[in-house]
Ligand binder design. Structure first.
Ligand code: SF4
Length: 235
């Protein structure tokens, strides 16, 4: 597993800092700012994955990395791993449009899967309503709240390419517990079936969607686990 530290054209390095789906407390921000001033950080840059890059002299990068755990932050894993999860502000406390608790779910997904090795980088996006502010259909795996504590899941999206792919919905209105079981299953199938360096969407284009599904597609299923999916989950 690589780490998100990259050489920059100005001779400095960019340290990619990951928080809980982009959520930071005032204490984290002020602590990071203090460390940045002490270490001569040149600039911060917010990324499209809701991480924050700090551009710092190569000779001070290690000190910055070492300061992160005390702030509840860390350097983002990089390479062919599950990347930092993008989640929107969908929650009962924040975005008024949300229909489900997307932010908490995204944070939990990130805590469970971040850095897990896979054949090719694997990006997850979670949205709290159909507006999809985190572009869930452009992610390897997208989760969209479709009701209070029920979610749709799409797989195989891929935006960072000259040949982008749109994710395909494989489950509708499944529970939080089922979302985790489905992610476990998709990651297992991805590891088993994809060629090294092959994106999930490309593997699906090559092999079809069926080998990546659990017992059957859940598309169109109604609230509550369908019988065969419940069996797959062992519940
Ligand atoms: S996807 Fe929906 S819930 Fe999430 S930030 Fe956008 S409008 Fe709000």
């Amino acid at each position: 597993m690589g780490v998100g530290i990259f050489s920059q054209r100005n001779g400095m390095v960019a340290v990619d800092i990951v928080a809980s789906c982009g959520v930071m407390t005032p204490g984290q921000i002020s602590g990071l700012a203090r460390a940045a001033e002490e270490l001569g950080v040149f600039r911060f840059k917010l990324t499209s994955r809701q991480t924050m890059v700090a551009v710092v002299g190569a000779d001070r990068a290690e000190e910055l990395v070492n300061a992160l755990p005390a702030l509840g932050l860390k350097v983002s894993p990089y390479g062919n791993v599950v990347r930092a999860v993008k989640a929107c502000a969908g929650s009962g406390a924040l975005c008024p449009r949300s229909v489900g608790e997307a932010l908490d779910l995204g944070i939990e997904i990130q805590e469970k899967y971040l850095g897990l090795e896979v054949p090719k980088d694997f990006k997850i996006a979670v949205a709290g309503c159909a507006r999809g502010c985190t572009d869930p259909y452009c992610a390897d795996l997208g989760v969209v709240a479709s009701g209070r504590e029920v979610f749709d899941v799409a797989i195989g999206g891929f935006a960072g390419s000259a040949r982008p792919l749109h994710g395909r919905v494989i489950a509708r209105r499944i529970s939080r517990e089922e979302v985790f079981a489905l992610i476990d299953h998709v990651l297992d199938r991805f590891r088993a079936l994809a060629e090294p360096g092959e994106k999930l969407g490309r593997a699906i284009s090559r092999l079809g969607l069926d080998p990546f599904l659990p017992a059957r597609s859940l598309e169109g299923s109604e609230p509550g686990p369908p019988e065969d999916f419940a069996k797959f989950l062992g519940i």
